[in-house]
Write a protein that binds this ligand. Structure first.
Ligand code: NAD
Length: 354
């Protein structure tokens, strides 16, 4: 089959890591007899340089004409002093709203080969971590009414509608059905009215999925459980604010930032896939970037937008085999280890297992 992928290389290490992901996608396509057509689109600092705005309308059009979007990273010091509407991050926010992406999926899995990198105690890390956050992305306190009542008082508002909670809930339960069939919904229902509505609504959605084991957890307890007993979690669904904080905590317990992919999904199968790291201007252009988060983002793209689960698993297994064979980029290298691999060498290590 032929699939169309919008490719936003972006800034800094973005072009380096997306090149790696495309090489892995292309070899996988050959193996499984598919064809991927890439449509390049500009966004972020490079778009500001080329056409004077972070998210040109043409880029949105290209994304909408494709089955999914693969993005490297945007931003960098060159554009840091521009006025707000011209900042590269506007491209990410603009893409989310233009493409209707309301669910952010962030897996946190502790690769067998990398247990030593986890800051967790060995007996906890040994039980394994394989969880995924489903974070609501377009509502809550980041989008609620805000302001200053006078010079000494400021406010932000957390607000959720039943419709917003239902759609993120269904995404989470739908995902759990394809995984280990367990959902934990994280809220602060003992204090916040918006969390009480969140909890009531999740309970109602849970009844639609009797095959899924469901429970609620207060956010303070969830923060603790993520470091004391993370192996209990499969799918965690939560609000924009709680998801932002807890998914970074989960990333930290699984090791390097250069390893974690993400997906932003809307209704249907369309999605935008990107590593959780930024454009890493400190190492850009030096061939040092770890390409694994971008490669694993491409695997998520195959699984969630193109329904190519076998192909996605093949890429994930190639990454795991490369790591088990000892392949390490600089961000993962331990003191006393052999010289770290370059971006291209790590890509070759993964390709050798495809
Ligand atoms: P960053 O993730 O770019 O870098 C943080 C640290 O991690 C740096 O030391 C960097 O070298 C290292 N690092 C990141 N990715 C790596 C990789 N793949 N391999 C090896 N090392 C890696 O975060 P930052 O420095 O806070 O931000 C830099 C720029 O990226 C900023 O302009 C920021 O706005 C932007 N940013 C963009 C996105 C996005 O495009 N979605 C996300 C976060 C940050």
């Amino acid at each position: 089959m032929t699939y169309r992928i919008a490719l936003i290389k972006g800034d800094g290490i973005g072009p380096e890591v997306t090149k790696a992901a495309v090489a892995v996608l292309d070899k996988t396509a050959k193996l499984f007899d598919h064809s991927f057509i890439y449509k390049e689109a500009l966004a972020g600092g490079c778009a500001i340089d080329a056409v004077g705005e972070p998210l040109p309308a043409e880029s949105v059009r290209v994304c909408k004409s494709c089955d999914a979007v693969l993005l490297g990273a945007v931003g960098g010091p060159k554009w840091d002093n521009l006025p707000g509407r011209l900042r590269p991050e506007k491209a990410i926010l603009g893409l989310r709203s233009e493409l209707g992406l309301f669910a952010n999926l962030r897996p946190a899995a502790l690769q067998k080969a990398l247990k030593a990198f986890s800051p967790l105690r060995k007996d906890i890390a040994d039980k394994g971590i394989d969880l995924i956050f489903v974070r609501e992305l377009t509502g809550g306190i980041y989008f609620g009414e805000r302001g200053r009542t006078d010079e000494t008082t400021a406010f932000d508002t957390e607000s959720y509608s039943v419709t917003e909670i239902e759609r993120i809930g269904r995404k989470a339960f739908g995902l759990a059905v394809k995984r280990r069939k367990s959902v934990v919904s994280v809220d602060k229902a003992n204090v916040l009215e918006s969390s009480r509505l969140w909890r009531e609504t999740m309970h109602r959605i849970a009844k639609e999925y009797p095959q899924v084991l469901y429970s609620d957890m207060l956010v303070d307890n969830a923060a603790m459980q993520l470091v004391t007993n993370p192996s209990q979690f499969d799918v965690i669904v939560t609000s924009n604010l709680f998801g932002d904080i807890l998914s970074d905590e989960a990333a930290a317990v699984t090791g390097s930032i250069g390893l974690i992919p993400s997906a932003s999904l809307g209704e249907g199968t369309f999605g935008l896939y990107e590593p959780i790291h930024g454009s890493a201007p400190d190492i850009a252009g030096q061939g040092k970037a770890n390409p694994l988060a971008a490669i694993l983002s491409a695997a998520m793209l195959l699984r969630y937008s193109l329904s190519l689960a076998e192909e996605a698993a093949h890429i994930e297994s190639a990454v795991e085999k490369a790591l088990l064979s000892g392949a390490r980029t600089g961000d993962m290298a331990q003191s006393g280890a052999a010289a770290p691999l370059s971006t291209a060498q790590m890509t070759d290590a993964v390709l050798s297992f495809i």
